[in-house]
Design a protein around this ligand. Structure first.
Ligand code: PLP
Length: 354
């Protein structure tokens, strides 16, 4: 974790307790701490998304945001779509409400538009969950054409797009790509942002950007299980953002991530055997590795773990077992020397098993 940001966050918590303890330690609005909601609205405005405080609901992160949207929109007979492969907790949240989850295969530029068109016209889904930037696990970035097609289909068939923006800011070039939500002219996109990867996962803070009507419904659902998020943490986080510390943090983390990505790629080039390929994205937290067909990444991951390297096998990311020969290798939490060591362990295992 970033020491400077920890220190700065500590000073923000102290300052809130010194200056505003009564409010910070009492109950607060279910929609979220008002100054923080206002900050989120202006932050999203700066990213091209038209919204005001009333379009923002503070949640505990992406997972709660998605669960609330799913609870609000899905009935047991409904179909919900996800990218395939995807972050496994996304289909899990959708299934909780009885929906049938269908995966749309991912191509190099996002969900396959041909398959998507056919599925939305035959199944009439209520919603689709997408991560347009640095998709987890593949690192794929949705192209302009796919964005356009997805928005047009959502408008034509009336489904909601849940946009997961969990690492949008970790674009190594520093040239931020606007969220899909910024191109939405028909209120079809619900954006979910999270402080989990952006700052600290333990804050359990994120936000939903949706129509005012949907925010009201989501607030009622949230109220049924929690009255509010910690005003202390929201106020401290708000101060952290207002003082420019978040922006500063993002710039530092971007640099660290890009150096680590380079270290991983360099080590892969050195240690990986022929026949193994990978996608190293220009943003995000991990690389997506493809092993020769027939090589089982569960076995590879188990063997790597025995050698001391942690990699995620591909199987849990696909609804249909499409990724049994893939590995997701994360570099976000390791220093360059550890990355090199880890990739060497994986390379040795791959040389034995492929
Ligand atoms: C694709 C994706 N979205 C969102 C998140 C963050 O979830 P949360 O905000 O609930 O911590 C993660 C965390 O691993 C993730 O992989």
């Amino acid at each position: 974790m970033d020491e400077l940001s920890i220190e700065r966050f500590r000073s923000c918590v102290n300052s809130v307790l010194v200056n505003d303890a009564e409010r910070a330690l009492g109950y607060d609005d279910s929609e979220g701490y008002a100054p923080f909601r206002r900050w989120v609205a202006s932050y999203m405005n700066a990213r091209g998304v038209e919204c005001s405080e009333e379009n923002i609901l503070i949640v505990a992160g992406y997972q709660q945001g998605l669960a609330l949207v799913a609870r609000a929109l899905l009935d047991p007979a409904d179909t919900a779509l996800v990218e395939d492969p995807t972050f496994p907790d996304t289909p899990n949240a959708l299934r909780l409400y009885g929906a049938t989850v269908q995966g749309i295969p991912l191509g190099e530029t996002g969900p396959d538009v041909g398959v998507l068109t056919e599925v939305v016209s035959s199944r009439r889904p209520k919603l689709i969950c997408v991560t347009p930037l640095w998709q987890n696990p593949t690192g794929i970035v949705m192209s302009r054409d796919v964005r356009k097609a997805l928005l047009a289909l959502a408008e034509q068939y009336g489904f909601i797009i849940v946009e997961d923006g969990f690492t949008d800011e970790f674009c190594y070039s520093g040239r931020l790509i606007p969220p899909l939500s910024a191109e939405d002219r028909c209120c079809r996109v619900v954006y979910v942002g999270s402080m989990s990867k952006l700052l600290f996962g333990g804050l359990r803070l994120g936000w939903v950007v949706a129509s005012k009507a949907l925010v009201r419904v989501l607030t009622l659902i949230k109220q049924a299980s929690m009255l509010c998020h910690s005003p202390l943490l929201q106020a401290a986080c708000h101060q952290f953002c207002e003082l420019g510390y978040l922006e500063n943090h993002i710039v530092r983390v971007r640099k660290i991530l890009s150096v680590r990505r380079d270290a991983m790629v360099q080590a892969m080039e050195e240690y990986f055997p022929d026949g193994v390929t990978w996608r190293a994205a220009e943003g995000g937290l991990s690389t997506w590795v493809t092993l020769p067909r027939g090589v089982d990444s569960d076995q590879v991951a188990a063997e790597c773990a025995r050698g001391g390297a942690v990699v995620a096998p591909g199987r849990p990311f696909s609804l249909y077992g499409r990724t049994t020969n893939n590995l997701r290798m994360s570099y976000s939490l390791c220093r360059e020397d550890m990355i090199r060591q880890g990739v060497k362990i994986v390379g040795d295992v791959l040389k034995r098993m492929t």
